[in-house]
Design a binder for this molecule. Structure first.
Ligand code: PLP
Length: 429
């Protein structure tokens, strides 16, 4: 039965028909609770009528959404398959076993824990497994692209551990491994963390391993961003090098919102106990099932093609933005991430982001290697899932430049962005 949308904001682009991103019984929700249903419809319209360039976002498949909306959402399942604190866990156990088997196969790891509720929860559990409060940890400094869990003062990490932060070379934007080594020798960390929210190049995992070994530290790879590229063979894997790999499942990997941890057999027990019962209670079994679906999708040849396209698209976007006059950090990208400095256009980062948002291009500001100003961070994971191609990336770069330079008073850019997005619906049909 077709959905009749309730009153929604005029600009919401409310779709007239049932869509693959709304559950089949959406019209029941609409009848019972038009207030919330209207919000979901408007969000669906927002996502499909603009360009979603937030580097940490993607569009999960209808199959992943179906698992998220499944009866496993009702199930309590503290513990691990075969050792639960609740009864009735046969199907929960089966779902988790499938997810673990697919994750270990996909990433070539001895052990996987698929229960962390988020990327931050995965990092918390990794620290809990390997460290004691007060220990020193060496990670990328927050002003250079370190994540909140890498020592932010308002985060548990900054409160409970002593963080030393490495940076990037201010000119090249690249990690300076001699600086990392010098800091490791001076600070003798218990763990070295590699991984960032805005580094557009591959970390040299072998170099990090060597540095960690030199000072007897664990190596934790926080691969939340590149994990999908790794799954698709479009980025090198930290699994052979790191003691523990933390990741999210919802970024390029295109699964449900959540986290995961990979490690060798010798740390498996410590990691599992650090997730449950140390930092979490019952696992979210609908999310675990959805992770299994996403790992299954990520193991297909089509996903490998996708992962390589994501990188190719980011390179086209980076070149296009350079031609538009933006400063591009590290002179390009190896990943889905592009970080640009709008200062050469005479516009600061926040103004640029607001102008882009007004034109329908959604993205974040982020730190820049040389410090004081803020840059713009874009990613190509979502627009590539939508089926956009290299010509579309060049078009996005041109729209991007125009919006930052001139703003969009007349709404001409917004109309073009809408047309481009609607020609490539994230959930066709
Ligand atoms: C996204 C991200 C996280 C945290 O993920 P959440 O699911 O938002 O908690 C942790 N570390 C890095 C490097 C990330 O990019």
């Amino acid at each position: 039965m077709p959905v009749t949308p309730p009153a929604a904001p005029a600009d919401a682009g409310v779709p007239p028909k049932p869509r693959a991103d709304l559950p089949p019984d959406f019209d029941a929700l609409l009848r019972q609770d038009p207030e919330v249903a209207g919000i979901l419809l408007a969000e669906s319209g927002r996502q499909s009528s603009g360009l979603q360039l937030i580097a940490a976002e993607n569009f999960t498949s209808p199959a992943v959404l179906a698992a998220l909306g499944s009866p496993l959402a009702n199930k309590y399942a503290e513990g691990y398959p075969g050792a639960r604190h609740h009864g009735g866990c046969e199907q929960a156990d089966a779902a988790e076993r499938v997810a673990v088997r697919r994750a270990t196969t996909l990433f070539g790891a001895e052990h996987a824990n698929v229960q962390p509720h988020s990327g931050s929860a995965a990092v918390l559990a990794a620290y809990a497994a390997l460290l004691r409060p007060g220990d020193t940890v060496l990670a990328m400094g927050l002003p250079y692209g370190g994540h909140l869990t890498h020592g932010a003062p308002g985060n548990f990490s900054g409160r409970w551990f002593e963080f030393a932060g490495y940076g990037v070379d201010p000119d090249s934007g690249l990690i300076d491994y001699s600086q990392v080594r010098a800091l490791a020798r001076a600070r003798r960390p218990k763990a070295v963390v590699c991984g960032s929210i805005s580094y557009p190049r591959h970390p040299d995992y072998a170099a990090f391993r060597e540095i960690a070994d030199e000072v007897g530290a664990y190596l934790i790879a926080d691969a939340a961003h590149p994990m999908g590229l790794i799954a698709g063979g479009a980025a090198p894997s930290p699994v052979p090098y790191a003691d523990v790999v933390c990741a999210t499942t919802h970024k390029v990997l295109r699964g449900p919102r959540g986290g995961m941890i990979l490690c060798g057999a010798e740390l498996a027990g410590r990691i599992d106990r650090a997730v449950f019962p140390f930092t979490q209670g019952g696992a979210q079994m609908h999310t675990v099932a959805a992770k299994a679906v996403a790992f299954g999708e990520a193991a297909t040849p089509a996903y490998a093609v996708y992962a390589h396209q994501v990188v190719a698209h980011a390179r086209v976007l980076a070149a296009g933005l350079e031609a538009e006059g933006f400063g591009v950090t590290t002179d390009g990208t190896d990943t889905h991430l592009v970080v640009v400095d709008p200062a050469p256009l005479g516009v600061d980062g926040r103004t640029a982001r607001d102008r882009l948002l007004a034109a329908g291009m959604v993205l974040d500001t982020c730190a820049l290697p040389h410090g004081d100003t803020r840059g713009l961070r874009l990613g190509t994971a979502a627009v590539t899932t939508q089926g956009m191609d290299e010509a579309d990336m060049a078009r996005i770069a041109a729209l991007f430049g125009a919006a930052v330079r001139e703003g969009d008073e007349a709404g001409r850019l917004r109309a073009e962005v809408r047309e481009l997005a609607e020609r490539n619906p994230p959930y066709p049909g």
